[in-house]
Design a protein around this ligand. Sequence first.
Ligand SMILES: C[S@@+](CC[C@H](N)C(=O)[O-])C[C@H]1O[C@@H](n2cnc3c(N)ncnc32)[C@H](O)[C@@H]1O
Length: 229
Amino acid sequence: MIPDAKAAAKEFDRWADAGRAESMAQGHLGVTTPVIRSWTLNAESTVLDVGCGNGWAVQALVERGAGQGFGVDIAPKMIARAIESTKEDDRYNFQVSSASELPYADNSVTHILNVESLYYYPNPAAAVKDWARVTKPGGKLAIIVDLYLENKATHSWIDALDVHVHLLSASDITAMAEEAGWRDVKWYQVVDPRPIKSEAEFTVSKYWPSYEMYLDYRQTGALVIEATR
Ligand SMILES: C[S@@+](CC[C@H](N)C(=O)[O-])C[C@H]1O[C@@H](n2cnc3c(N)ncnc32)[C@H](O)[C@@H]1O
């Protein structure tokens, strides 16, 4: 079944109420930090995080020197958290929006980040295309996902999640980006630097039916797709 944006908004509002915005931030920090550090950011940089959750990565990008930090998310309660933690700081702009119809003008941002969000969209290709529209020539894109075809251990999430998702491969996302007009598209995998839990520390859950699957996930790493506009 195809993902549904309204269902995703409701589900991620529930995650926000349950405090999962903060745990996601912790979970995604290790694989996102190398991308954030690799970008050259200055007062002229306008960064946009699509599917930004509570806005933690937007804040990290502004702290590293970007002049302006934008974030959009389909879930109003995620955006409320992002606004709450950055209010009265006019470097930030957070809006409730679909990833594929951004509320920004053509050629208005220099960097787009997208962390663990692409596969929830009804039409990921349309989203990647709209990101090309709002990005200035020479701007940068980084998409990071844990759930992807080559990361078999994460396929258990497809049934565990209460929303529908696309199972995309590295070459699917690469092709989408090239089709949308991004150039120099490359992909690689990055391993989370946090310590791997021992079997005694591990708890079976619907996401992790076995310790072996958790280990496989930690050893495979996240998929990163980078491109230039
Ligand atoms: C797993 S969370 C990741 C959040 C954040 N990027 C992070 O790393 O903490 C996925 C996010 O994508 C958002 N999302 C899902 N579908 C969306 C859509 N169609 N448009 C915009 N955001 C969407 C969700 O509301 C949720 O906040």
